[in-house]
Design a protein around this ligand. Structure first.
Ligand code: ADP
Ligand code: ASP
Ligand code: MG
Length: 402
């Protein structure tokens, strides 16, 4: 078999953990498999590098920030290669440019364009474990880019897809994908399997266990994925196209996203073209808008509120305020003390009443809902951040513990 194994930052945080990871890799190799390994930076290295950059400059250029961040993964793969060699397992470490992992030019959020598998293939043919640095690539000019936080998962799936691997294993610090983040909801249950669509929705709604783009890629290329623990050797959660008993499952999980902010524009004119004027500004600034709520007109004014990534709040506030007269609103209201809570499940579409159950749980927990949004396989609500822990447990209890 050809297996791609990816190990996250906490799994390679120190020497002892790196050795344990090397043991897992060696076992897969010694069992007769071809093994490609993708590693993240050790522990909090990426956060520490970003903090260091900000000590020097409040707004470092994105290019230099990427140049700095890519060093984290280089440390992991070289150390792990040494650990494997110490165990008598031939191994080679390769950076993004060495496997010609080409990306778009967007520093900090680059998208993978192509990957040349020749070098990887050659090294595998010589019997080596190939260790590739996650999260990084090169753009057209040959400059280093990064794929966005948590992007090593996507590196692993891209390599698995291009190499036609039999399995892409994502090793992490929990035993698989759970019905909710097990750190926030101790009663969360591990899922045996989950569909790509449900996993994509969970990841996009804030479940950081997988980078959402990795799930998108896995679905597109039909790469079977397994999420499992690097601490305990147990089967994890399989992510695939169709799961058994799909029609019976109402809900597969609950996700929470704290990295969002809400902007309200109050006192807009109640006339055609206003929403366009507002969102045109955000589109021009390349700011992603998620939930949108427009109030019913009062007199001849109305309000529009919407959510955006927390990291864009300052930028969006400035851009909108600069256009206040052109858009025509009375004032702007912003907060980042909010959170989006979502329930996700493919079976939802044929089961009325899921929304009502969610709202019942939130009402009983005295949680106020600010916005609601639904799709075929998810329901999201916007709530105050201080209510998030209570809300998450209450909703989990309703769907999984009653
Ligand atoms: P890694 O460093 O291995 O990439 P991450 O921190 O990115 O690990 O992802 C693992 C974390 O994802 C877990 O520690 C857990 O707190 C969180 N998580 C959020 N939602 C879920 C979920 N539904 N199932 C499992 N873990 C989840
Ligand atoms: N080291 C990078 C990060 O912390 C990539 C990853 O871990 O997936 O975001
Ligand atoms: Mg991760």
């Amino acid at each position: 078999m050809l297996i791609v194994q990816k190990f996250g930052g906490s799994s390679v945080a120190d020497t002892a953990k790196l050795r344990r990871v090397a043991g897992i890799i060696a076992d897969a190799k010694n069992a007769g498999n071809d093994v490609i390994v993708v590693l993240s930076a050790q522990g909090d290295t990426t956060d520490d590098l970003i903090a260091k950059a900000h000590e020097i400059s409040p707004e470092p250029t994105r290019r230099d920030l990427d140049m700095l961040m890519v060093t984290g993964e280089q440390i992991s793969i070289s150390l792990c290669a040494m650990a494997l060699q110490e165990m008598g397992v031939p191994a080679i470490s390769l950076l993004g440019w060495q496997v010609r992992l080409r990306t778009s030019s967007d520093y900090g959020s680059a998208r993978i364009r192509s990957l040349d598998t020749e070098r990887i293939r050659q090294e595998l043919d010589q019997g080596k474990v190939v260790l590739v640095a996650g999260f990084q690539g090169v753009n057209r000019r040959g400059d280093m880019t990064t794929l966005g936080r948590g992007g090593s998962d996507t590196t692993a799936v891209a390599i698995a897809a291009k190499m036609h691997a039999d399995l892409c294993q994502i090793y992490t610090d929990v035993e698989g994908v759970y019905t909710a983040d097990p750190r926030l909801v101790p009663t969360a249950k591990k899922l045996k399997e989950i569909t790509y669509d449900e996993m994509l929705e969970l990841a996009s709604m804030g479940a950081q266990v997988l980078h959402n783009r990795s799930v998108e890629l896995a679905k597109r290329y039909g790469v079977p994925m397994e999420v499992l623990s690097s601490y305990v050797r147990k089967p994890g959660t399989i992510v695939k196209e169709v799961t058994k008993g799909m029609e019976e499952t109402k809900i597969s999980g609950i996700a929470r996203d704290d990295k969002i902010a809400r902007i309200a524009l109050v006192g807009l004119k109640d006339e055609p073209g206003i929403a366009y004027k507002v969102f045109r500004v955000l589109a021009r600034e390349k700011i992603n808008v998620d939930l949108i709520l427009q109030s019913i007109g009062r007199g001849n004014t109305k309000d529009i509120s919407f959510t955006i990534p927390k990291s864009e709040l300052e930028h969006a506030g400035k851009a909108l305020s600069a256009e206040q007269d052109a858009i025509g609103f009375e004032h702007i209201n912003v907060t980042d003390k909010i959170c989006k809570l979502s329930v996700v499940g493919a079976g939802m579409i044929n089961r009325p009443g899921v929304a009502s159950l969610m709202f019942e749980a939130l009402a009983a927990a005295q949680v106020n809902i600010h916005m609601i949004s639904t799709s075929e396989i998810k329901i999201s609500v916007l709530i105050d951040q201080e209510a998030a822990d209570v809300a998450m447990r209450a909703v989990h209890k309703k769907f999984f513990e009653e």
